[in-house]
Ligand binder design. Structure first.
Ligand SMILES: *[C@@H]1O[C@H](CO)[C@@H](O)[C@H](O)[C@H]1NC(C)=O
Ligand SMILES: *[C@@H]1O[C@H](CO)[C@@H](O)[C@H](O)[C@H]1NC(C)=O
Ligand SMILES: *[C@@H]1O[C@H](CO)[C@@H](O)[C@H](O)[C@H]1NC(C)=O
Length: 118
């Protein structure tokens, strides 16, 4: 079975911040592990949040977030998703989301967002 994953970008809350996600789309198979990256240059933003929006659903669901290098996962997403990166220090930020693609539940659009603190 083939799965389609799309990625897009949410700006930082309240700012015209450019957040870049790569790649922008992926076609995967069940059993694949995919890693997507999100980066921006807002050096004092220490939180990166990841969201999932499923087809036919208007709500964006929080998968989890990274604060410095500590991840907090929502329990519904713990088994199939990992968030990693190190947002500490005053450098450009680069975090990632790893998705273990099991079935069509992972066909979705994934968003990252950046925030100063939580
Ligand atoms: C961050 O800055 C670097 C160097 O100026 C630039 O190449 C890169 O495109 C910027 N990234 C974003 C997401 O704006
Ligand atoms: C983010 O990190 C990954 C691996 O750690 C690297 O391959 C990628 O080039 C980095 N992206 C940026 C914009 O620094
Ligand atoms: C996330 O990390 C845990 C522990 O390092 C690992 O057991 C799990 O397979 C990882 N999940 C994904 C989707 O990479």
């Amino acid at each position: 079975m083939i799965h389609f994953l799309f990625f897009c970008c949410l700006p930082g809350v309240g700012l015209g911040l450019e957040v870049r996600q790569s790649p922008s789309e992926l076609i995967t198979k069940s059993g694949d592990n995919v890693q997507i990256f999100c980066n921006h240059n807002k050096t004092d933003y220490y939180v990166m949040l990841w969201y999932q929006r499923s087809p036919g659903d208007t709500a964006m669901k929080l998968i989890g977030y990274l604060y410095n290098s500590a991840d907090t996962m929502e329990s519904a997403y713990k088994d199939k998703f990992n968030i990693s990166g190190n947002l500490g220090g005053s450098t450009a930020k680069n975090g990632s989301l790893t998705i273990k693609v099991k079935g069509s539940e992972e066909d979705a659009v994934y968003y990252c967002a950046a925030r100063e603190t939580h």
